[in-house]
Write a protein that binds this ligand. Structure first.
Ligand SMILES: NC(=O)c1ccc[n+]([C@@H]2O[C@H](COP(=O)([O-])OP(=O)(O)OC[C@H]3O[C@@H](n4cnc5c(N)ncnc54)[C@H](O)[C@@H]3O)[C@@H](O)[C@H]2O)c1
Length: 374
């Protein structure tokens, strides 16, 4: 502890670790990248001011340029990982290295008596996470998976629509991230480092979908793409069937020059959509299923009444629900868990289920057929 606050040291001060350093030191919970360095975002109503709960002890990176970057922004830098472990003031080691280092660094930190906040995907395999969970249990320290995209506004909006049945009972959800830049030219293109889009983005999208639909997943079908390279997946499409028969598709694409909507949700009384990364979207709710307004339209070389668009007086076009929430809940909860004041909002068992789900997806991809899951 430092001045009564939870002290965090970061190992791996690259894009994400650097972002954490700014986020924690400014209390903002998120870094905004600037041409001349970096600064934190403004706090909004509902956000915890992290400067009241946590403090940045320092950072360590094996690359000297990242050490210099941290010093330039005024952060303390450690000369080695060992030095972090030997700093009695450090409560939490934040692991933000490429994925293949997460296991070793986390175990070393736990064994040195530190709590660990670990970047996603927390481990390369479910077996690795089981091993780390065993060490956390044995040492009595906290291992906390950073599944941060549960706090994205687009997801929380869709979850609210789902939970509050704003378009009736939801029977299908589609969640997507589309971009057109292929696999980043760093370790994300290398299999042994834990590269590929399933590990990079799939982990987030799946974490959110399974929280939204709290049911057993019966079947998983997945097809990965290798448009830009043969080493790692540069995208995938996945279909999940839940116990009640609800379905979800999750898709990540990096060769999409025209994006499909981020979210598309179908309910028994309407449809909701979020179009883009700026969270633009709306809901359309049916007033009456009676098709008195249906007049056939010309579609190509034929007529259709079934596909005739709705007239304005048979549906309501509604804005997405708005709400405030604590965008910094993850960091804030971590502090409370470390101090023994709260249960973790993100459970290791949840991270384990996601790793198993990704393994099932990749198995399906390999077999070319759907696989049973739970
Ligand atoms: N949760 C999120 O939204 C999110 C977003 C981006 C990245 N991440 C995760 O954060 C982690 C890092 O990703 P990134 O984009 O910052 O990668 P990056 O390549 O930008 O940074 C990784 C840094 O770790 C350093 N490093 C490697 N091995 C090290 C070691 N043994 N000790 C100390 N430093 C070491 C590298 O020099 C590099 O500077 C990955 O696990 C990634 O999946 C999470």
């Amino acid at each position: 502890m430092k001045n009564g606050k939870v002290a965090v040291a970061i190992v791996g001060c690259g894009g994400m670790g650097g972002g954490h350093a700014v986020a924690i030191s400014t209390g903002s919970g998120q870094a905004l990248w600037m041409t001349d360095g970096s600064k934190g975002r403004e706090l909004e109503p509902g956000d915890t001011d992290l400067t009241k709960k946590m403090v940045l002890a320092g950072t360590f990176d094996i690359k000297e340029e990242r050490q210099e970057w941290a010093r330039r922004l005024g952060f303390h830098t450690y000369n080695s990982f060992e030095e972090i472990l030997n700093d009695d003031e450090v409560d939490v080691v934040l692991v933000a290295t490429p994925n293949d280092d997460h296991k070793e660094l986390s175990i070393r930190a736990l064994r040195a008596g530190k709590n660990v906040l670990c970047e996603k995907p927390v481990m390369m395999t479910s077996k690795d996470l089981e091993d780390v969970m065993a060490v956390a249990k044995e040492t009595g320290k906290v291992f906390y998976p950073r599944q941060n995209r549960r706090w994205d506004k687009d997801y929380l909006t869709m979850k609210k629509i789902y939970d509050e049945k704003l378009i009736g009972d939801v029977f299908h959800v589609a969640s997507r991230y589309h971009g057109s830049r292929g696999i980043p030219g760093d370790w994300r293109g290398i299999k042994e480092k834990g590269g590929g889009m399933m590990f990079d983005w799939g982990v987030h999208l799946l974490d959110r979908i399974v929280l939204m639909i709290p049911e057993k997943i019966k079947k998983v079908y997945c097809k990965t793409t290798h448009i830009t390279n043969n080493e790692v997946d540069d995208g995938f499409t996945m279909l999940m069937t839940f116990e009640s028969g609800k379905t979800a598709t999750v898709e990540v694409g990096t060769c999409n020059f025209i994006n499909l909507p981020l979210w598309y949700m179908l309910g028994t009384e309407g449809t909701a959509v979020i179009q883009d990364f700026e969270d633009k979207g709306h809901m359309v709710k049916v007033r009456s299923w009676e098709d008195k307004d249906a007049t056939p339209i010309l579609m190509g070389e034929g007529l259709s009444k079934t596909m005739a668009p709705r007239k304005a007086d048979s549906v309501d076009d509604l804005p997405l629900p708005d709400f405030t929430y604590d965008r910094n809940e993850l960091y804030s909860n971590l502090c409370d868990v470390v101090l023994g004041k709260a249960e973790p909002v993100i459970k290791n068992e949840e991270a384990l289920r996601i790793l198993r789900l990704m393994e099932a997806a990749l198995k399906s991809d390999e077999l070319g057929e759907a696989v049973d899951f739970e």
